[in-house]
Design a protein around this ligand. Structure first.
Ligand SMILES: Cc1ncc(COP(=O)(O)O)c(C=O)c1O
Length: 396
């Protein structure tokens, strides 16, 4: 069965190749059903080969490379970031990942006792912990706007976040695409309202690059971080941070090194000796993304995720965490009454894994979600296998 065979003909996006035949272009084990592109990404062979070429180049002459080649090449990579995600190379720096970028902004952001950081209940768990800790260290508080388990609309999210603003809110940290619930939040509208209330905005766009079209400066935030190692096919360790020009003077990396007193770009471009090849391979990731279809790939993945969610939710009692227009290449299905029998997300994830299905199971409050990703190497039969295994696991 071809990957999108059950979609209406008008909904099909023709791509060069797609589905299981593309698995041979990836490092992925072909015997598994990979439905978790969202967590860690997956690399095509050619990106791995390009990263190895950079590593070999470094090893031939580490001194020459780090002193004279790297400073130029990392700025070239920043130009690549600007060409794909908007703005100017001057505004883009590399961090190991979104976690480091977010911690950098939190560490740098000036907070006084009594001030508040605001976020939502659908924020990524590790980021929630970091926000709580940075707020505590600065005598500030973390406030969490509760979003419902099943989100209804953009305006519902905007209202709930904006209603949580107080005259002590200084920084809003909000996801572009939420992790456990795979929902695209209305960040432009929220950033606009925050701006007019004098609140700084950091967007956690860990899932943005490569999953959805991006024009970062147009969002109107102060900071945007994204991971190119999730949906953009760059090697792991290729996190990005965009800072609005007016904010660049106040943000430093969480790890301080030679560039600390030489401005935004110098500070982030050098955070000590480490493997710099992920950032230098943004271009290789982008080339792979384009070769798989670029914008058409993103649209194809969105349609396939929607179809996959239909297949799985027909098999068991489950419902998408958000309406179709608030989703992209991932769909989180809230598990219903059948799951209430066991209520052990780790056991469920492992039971599926034993059947060869790689898929995350996440909890937010009382709700448990199975998150399905769709990538070029997936096809509808993957979701059918997942549905069968899930049904058996929930009945067993
Ligand atoms: C919304 C969100 N933020 C931050 C992160 C952290 O990403 P990383 O582990 O690459 O730092 C993730 C990871 O999945 C995420 O989903």
């Amino acid at each position: 069965m071809s990957s999108l065979s059950q979609l209406e003909p008008s909904q099909k996006i023709p791509l060069r190749t797609e589905g299981h035949s593309v698995l041979s272009e990836f490092e992925l084990a072909p015997e598994l059903v990979h439905l978790n592109h969202g967590s860690y990404g997956a690399l095509p062979h050619r990106v791995v080969a390009e990263q190895q070429r950079w590593q070999a180049r470094i090893e031939r002459d580490p001194t020459g490379f780090f002193q004279d080649v790297y400073p130029v090449e990392i700025r070239r990579s920043a130009e690549t970031a600007a060409s794909y995600f908007g703005g100017s190379a001057k505004d883009w720096v590399f961090c190991e990942n979104a976690t480091v970028a977010i911690n950098s902004v939190l560490a740098s952001f000036s907070l006084r006792p009594g001030d508040e950081i605001l976020t939502t209940s659908h924020a990524y768990g590790a980021v929630l912990k970091a926000m709580g800790m940075w707020a505590m260290r600065k005598g500030a508080a973390l406030k969490i706007a509760a979003l419902p388990a099943i989100i209804e609309s953009d305006s519902q999210v905007t209202d709930l976040v904006v209603q949580a603003f107080t005259d002590r809110t200084r920084l809003l940290v909000i996801d572009h695409v939420t992790s456990p619930t795979a929902t695209i939040l209305p960040i432009e509208q929220i950033a606009k309202t925050a701006r007019s209330a004098g609140i700084a905005v950091l967007i956690d766009g860990a899932h943005g690059p490569g999953q959805i079209p991006l024009n970062v400066p147009a969002i109107g935030a102060d900071w945007y971080t994204g991971n190119a190692h999730k949906w953009f096919f760059a090697p792991r360790g290729c996190g990005l941070l965009w800072s609005a020009p007016k904010r660049q003077g106040e943000v430093l990396p969480v790890v301080l090194s030679h560039g600390t007193d030489r401005g935004y770009r110098a500070a982030f471009d050098w955070v000590g000796t480490r493997d710099v090849t992920p950032g230098l391979n943004l271009k290789a990731g982008g080339a792979a993304h384009e070769s798989f279809g670029g914008t058409a790939l993103m649209e194809r993945n969105r349609l396939l995720a929607t179809r996959g969610a239909e297949i799985v939710s027909h098999a068991v009692s489950a419902e998408p965490s958000a309406p179709a227009e608030m989703r992209a290449a991932m769909v989180s299905l809230r598990l219903g009454s059948a799951f209430a029998l066991s209520k052990d997300p780790i056991a469920l994830r492992r039971a599926l894994r034993e059947e060869g299905i790689v898929v995350p199971v996440n909890c937010v409050g009382e709700a448990t979600y199975l998150r399905l990703s769709a990538q070029i190497y997936n096809e509808t039969s993957d979701y059918e296998r997942c549905a069968r295994a899930l049904k058996a696991a929930l009945q067993g």
